[in-house]
Design a protein. Sequence first.
Length: 166
Amino acid sequence: MTSIEQNIEHRLISILEQVSDPEIPVLSIMDMGVVRSAIIEEGVVKVEITPTYSGCPAMDVIGDDIKKALKDAGYKSEIDLILHPAWTTDWITPRGRKALEDYGIAAPLEADADKDALFNGKRIVKCTNCSSQNTRLVSQFGSTACKAQFQCDDCQEPFDYFKCLK
Ligand SMILES: [Zn+2]
């Protein structure tokens, strides 16, 4: 388990927790683990974020949303993208994983397992409805490009799986 190394000023946490992931409105960017640091320097909040994976259109929106939330709280801000080390699914908090599943989206697996599930047809993605692993890939692209669509062969429920492919 790699945990995120965060350096976030305490008074900024509650502001950043109000910024939700554009892909998954129930999940904050804090729970997603994309915020690496947020410090106040000479009156300006400097925020470093790491995209969940490149090419996800949501990431363009997140920077703007962070700026807006900080502005509403009276702060000027600068956003920096940090690409290394790359974001890993381990950075999603336990609360974030639960929110994903409650929302009907299967939480991402490790990158290697993710590839097996998406390309090799391995049955390792759990159904969000009944937790069965008897699921199959329906489409590489679900409701958005960042998700794949799966269907459960036990309860027949379709659901989205949040991809962690880079
Ligand atoms: Zn099911």
